[in-house]
Ligand binder design. Structure first.
Ligand SMILES: [Zn+2]
Length: 114
């Protein structure tokens, strides 16, 4: 139950800390990345409280996580490279999706350790 709560609390805190001027939008995108858990529908049983999601479900594997790192980092690298003060709307949402997915993986990973 605490695990599920963290999937909502951490995105709100991250949005307030790092995206204050657009914290509602950032919170919405970060929480929406919980849709990544739709890959649980491919498993049998769909939900197993004793199972570790990391490395088991296809969107919770290392290759997927490397893609999430790219989603998070490439918009920032492009902004730095071009010297623009802000991310474009398209880059902003890709960056936030990547961040939300990485937060999700970290929280799921913590759940695997306890
Ligand atoms: Zn998950």
């Amino acid at each position: 139950m605490l695990h599920l709560l963290l999937h909502f609390v951490i995105p709100v805190l991250v949005a307030l800390l790092f995206y204050r001027s657009r914290w509602r939008y950032a919170t919405f995108v970060l929480i929406a990345t919980m849709l990544v858990d739709l890959d649980h529908l491919l498993a049998n049983p769909i939900y197993d409280p004793a199972r570790c999601s990391i490395g088991f479900h296809p969107l919770h594997t290392l290759p997927a996580m490397l893609f999430y790192v790219l989603l998070f980092a490439v918009p920032l690298i492009n902004r730095w490279r071009t010297g623009r003060p802000n991310l474009s709307p398209a880059s902003r949402i890709l960056h936030l999706i990547g961040l939300g997915l990485l937060i999700h993986m970290v929280l799921d990973g913590i759940d695997c350790m306890v």
